[in-house]
Design a protein around this ligand. Structure first.
Ligand code: GLA
Length: 730
């Protein structure tokens, strides 16, 4: 049983394979957090701190007992207005401006299976793989009923959390803040690991100690953002890749979020994650219900590598859906860096022909095939094929591409509208903008009001028509600006718009992926500006970054690997000098980096010499050989490319019989020292043959003493080293 209830002590224990999460409904009805860590069977209520603390209030029910204070006790779902002055998970405003909600335990249910969330992406689990705990809390005075939802996925060591809020009274209430998870740690010296960045340089890694005060990472940009990823780790100060305790929290949501860490006056640490409070004020009429998006939590007692494995498995088995989720994805050629807006049908067919000759399986026609879109200033929203530019219909083009022997894909950006478009001219009120104020432009485009179901419905039909008229096997779903003017002409309450916008986007994603189940969907947001589990629920891969420079990509993909599996990471070989950085790297290095993801190319094959073409043919053959290992194996970070002068990572299969080590040298100096790399994930008792030299090493030696790599000259060399277990006795 994953969820165990001790009725006498009102203690609830959620057990996964290696972790236990515990809470208690106490005598006053407050739900106190007891423990989250290594799997145990004991009751942990003895840890609760009951001491008289100056200036920390006591609930009235505690009578003369000054040792009972919610300002000190660890809580499951702290609420503003209870005398807990730390960061809270819930703020409810009554119509008169009063904030005070006093939630007490009223009941619970333990159910087999995993709960679902209406309109929101959420982890799924078949049959008895999961259990759900519904914990009901209520405040009778203000008529709020809160159901905390816990999903326990035993096998991958994940506990999900979400919240259902219901207004059971008849007075209007406003949700001013709602977080989905809160973890309270009574003691400990924690580091916060967060993934920050910018367009074309996403998910850099920052590790800093938790401070007295609040550290907040989040997005108010309408998308989960390039700037801070909705995946944050709290790790014991001395935790490493292979050892130490750490906790990860991933938000299954693609819009505004907030991850907050607060170390309090008694050195206790609180970690809250959920929707951002900014421009959020969600009205709840009597009878109204609101669902908070889900947070997935995981604990590892064996360092960061294990924590990543938990999230990788979770994303693969419980988040990604559709027929491609477990499949090796087709090797693709994307037209963007090959020709940008400058193409016609003949050019695309020529690319398809060249692609087929080299072994590429899918040709993607990126931006520029619709409306009058010959640059990025017009036509978003006009989802009509530009047959004049293509010289044929999309159907004909898709058929000609297929005749060349490759599949066909297109790019769309459904959430946007150009002012220079028929859609905008006809429906200016369908764009998010504030009456009387000139809107903020970005890439010269505005955002469609997806909080208005009419708008989403219109786009659904337009895109469906396109997808029905041609043989489309793949769609890249882009989103190229942040939301700034949060105002819907259709909404009564503007504080609901950003959340309702996201729900509208999810509704469209759900409808399209349901209508077109054979299409492979790839998410994108100016590269990796919406790289989150919410999008992965609909699109099993996401374009990781607009930066295709192999050296920068080593770092971007390293940061991404902490929370997301390789199968999710769109990665392409592009031309040199690189279009984003101007740097040149050799084709082998570009291949080694791009192969550690959903692999493809993004350059004009017509400009390649014979030797390069031959190298690409070989690259694709290698990829096909290693792709099943990359898709199913366990991923290990061997170096920190932000600190080390090389990037190195490994993928090891479940039986520990096969392992692939990839190494990219990030800096070259004269007379380079040999690099000794301690490998990970191997079986210490096995012997492995290394494919380049044919030498046999023991797994134990490779992990303890390392593998020496003597460098070859040349800029940014890269190596792919395969290890295969051998039976030396035979
Ligand atoms: C974004 C994407 C790119 C490309 C362009 C097209 O920047 O991230 O890959 O599709 O849009 O306009």
């Amino acid at each position: 049983m994953a969820v165990v209830y001790n009725e006498t002590k009102k203690i609830f224990s959620l057990h996964t394979r290696n972790s236990t999460y515990q809470m208690k409904a106490d005598d006053y009805g407050y739900l106190l957090h007891l423990y989250y860590g290594k799997r145990i069977s004991a009751d942990m209520d003895y840890l609760l701190p009951f001491y008289d603390r100056g200036f920390s209030g006591n609930p009235y029910d505690a009578g003369e007992d000054r040792t009972y204070s919610l300002d000190v006790l660890p809580q499951e779902f702290p609420v503003l207005g209870t005398g807990d002055f730390r960061d809270c998970a819930l703020k409810i405003r009554e119509e008169n401006g009063c904030y005070n909600c006093d939630l007490r335990y009223v009941g619970h249910r333990i159910l087999d299976g995993k709960y679902t969330l209406p309109g929101l992406p959420a982890a799924y689990a078949k049959g008895s793989v999961a259990q759900t705990l519904e914990m009901v809390l209520a405040d009778k005075r203000c008529g709020v009923r809160v159901t905390l939802l816990y999903g326990v996925l035993e096998e991958c060591d994940i506990i999900t959390r979400s919240v259902r809020i219901e207004n059971t009274g008849n007075k209007k209430l406003y949700l001013e803040k709602i977080s989905s998870s809160c973890l309270d740690f009574l003691y400990g010296n924690y580091d916060v690991i967060a993934f920050y960045g910018r367009h074309a340089m996403e998910r850099n890694v920052q590790r800093v100690g938790a401070i007295h005060g609040r550290q907040v990472f989040g997005s108010t940009r309408g998308a989960s953002s390039h700037q801070y990823n909705p995946f944050v780790i709290l790790a014991q100060h001395n935790a490493t890749e292979q050892a130490g305790e750490c906790y990860g929290a991933a938000f299954v949501y693609s819009g505004n979020f907030s991850a907050e860490i607060e170390k309090d006056q008694f050195d206790q640490t609180r970690f809250v994650m959920g929707l951002s409070e900014e421009q959020f004020s969600y009205p709840l009429d009597g009878g109204g219900v609101f669902y908070a998006p889900e947070v997935a939590l995981s604990y590892s007692g064996e360092g960061l590598a294990c924590l990543s494995h938990n999230f990788h498995r979770f994303a693969g088995e419980h988040i990604c859906r559709g027929k491609y989720k477990d499949q090796v994805r087709p090797v693709l050629l994307n037209s963007w860096e090959a020709c940008y807006f400058d193409f016609d049908g003949e050019k695309i067919v020529a690319l398809a022909k060249q692609a087929a000759e080299l072994g590429v399986e899918l040709l993607v026609l990126d931006d520029g095939w619709f409306g009058q879109r010959n640059d990025d200033n017009s036509s978003l929203g006009d989802w009509e094929v530009n047959e004049e530019k293509l010289g044929c219909s999309l159907k004909e083009l898709s058929e000609r591409v297929h005749q060349e022997g490759v599949r066909f894909g297109i790019w769309i950006e459904p959430e946007m509208v150009s002012e220079n478009s028929d859609l905008y001219r006809n429906h200016p009120d369908w764009a998010l903008q504030i009456p009387g104020k000139k809107p903020v432009r970005a890439r010269n485009q505005l955002v469609l009001d997806f909080s208005n179901p009419l708008v989403a419905e219109y786009i659904l039909e337009k895109i469906s028509t396109i997808l029905r008229q041609a043989r489309v096997d793949y769609v890249k779903w882009d989103m190229n600006r942040s939301l700034a003017d949060i105002y819907s002409a259709n909404a009564e309450e503007q504080g609901a718009v950003s959340y309702d916008y996201m729900l509208g986007v999810y509704r469209l994603l759900e409808a399209l992926t349901f209508r077109f189940p054979d299409i492979l969907w790839e998410g994108c947001c100016g590269g990796g500006g919406r790289f989150d589990l919410g999008m992965l629920y609909y699109t099993p891969q996401i374009w990781c970054s607009d930066n295709t420079d192999a050296i920068d990509r080593v770092r971007i993909q390293y940061g991404t690997s902490f929370g997301y599996p390789l199968s999710a990471v769109g990665a392409h070989v592009s031309a040199v000098p690189n279009h984003q950085t101007g740097r040149s790297t050799n084709l082998n290095t570009r291949g080694v980096v791009a192969m550690t993801g959903a692999f493809g190319y993004e350059l004009d094959f017509g400009k390649l010499c014979e030797q390069e073409k031959e190298e690409i043919r070989k690259q694709i053959a290698v990829y096909h050989k290693i792709a099943p290992l990359l898709l199913n194996g366990d991923y290990y970070r061997i170096s920190d490319p932000f600190a080390d002068e090389y990037g190195a990572w490994m993928v090891v299969d479940a039986e520990k019989k096969k392992a692939l080590l990839s190494v990219v040298i990030l800096n070259i100096h004269g007379n380079m020292p040999v690099i000794y790399m301690c490998l990970a994930g191997l079986d210490p008792a096995k012997q492995y043959r290394e494919n380049i030299s044919g030498k046999i090493y023991s797994g134990e030696a490779l992990m303890a003493g390392g593998l020496p790599i003597a460098l070859t000259a040349g800029d940014y060399p890269a190596y792919q080293v395969m290890f295969e277990a051998v039976d030396v006795g035979a």
